[in-house]
Design a protein around this ligand. Sequence first.
Ligand code: ADP
Ligand code: AMP
Length: 219
Amino acid sequence: MINIIFLGPPGSGKGTQALDLANFLSVPTISTGEALRKEVEAESDVGLMAKNYMSSGKLVPDEVVVNIIKNRISNSDCNNGFIVDGFPRNLSQAIVFDKMMEKLGRKVNAAINFTANDETLIKRISGRFSCKNCGAVYNSYFKPTKKAEVCDNCESNQFQSRNDDNEVTVRERLKFYQESAEDLIGYYEKKNLIYSVDALKSVPFIFEELKKIVQELQK
Ligand code: ADP
Ligand code: AMP
């Protein structure tokens, strides 16, 4: 069983790599951002509450995301492990998460930290779009679809952009990320769980790095 969390600023490629690595390991990925976007779309109570935080780039209150994670990791598809992308986002979430994992008799095996500079992140986020049907993530500058306006994965021609992927909100999101990153990374550093990857490298290069890390962990 291998339980991995992905840390790093918005746009650093966590979601992109989480999908590939999850396939490789045959474990699910859990993205709190994705789960919250679904709640917003469904106009559920959680979604209505989270919407304003998300559109202004702020963190949604801890108890909301903790609840999402708690429900999700106790699902049987997580029995062989999981990759969490976008959680924990601050020290208090990390501490609650550890307690939650302990109760389940599990622990975090690695915290992978994606590093990149703000200018690259802003460009990546401004070019991000995804397939409406299967969720595959593309980039108009760095990772366009192979055939114009056709998803490589499912051949749909319906795409969407996130409404928080505009430059003003991105700068806010980066600011909030910086505020808690040091504490969060320090917390996992003390536990010897941090593995850093250079998020400026290409998607396949980073994937190879991640495979090396997990193969080392599985020894
Ligand atoms: P995050 O989940 O960390 O917010 P994403 O995985 O959604 O980041 O990636 C942000 C954008 O950057 C997407 O449009 C994606 O296609 C693109 N991207 C991801 N990894 C890379 C990379 N290594 N090089 C260039 N572009 C990338
Ligand atoms: P992401 O998809 O990870 O970029 O997250 C999109 C938005 O969802 C963030 O800007 C936050 O508003 C919210 N969000 C996602 N994960 C968390 C979390 N762990 N804690 C608080 N808010 C979160």
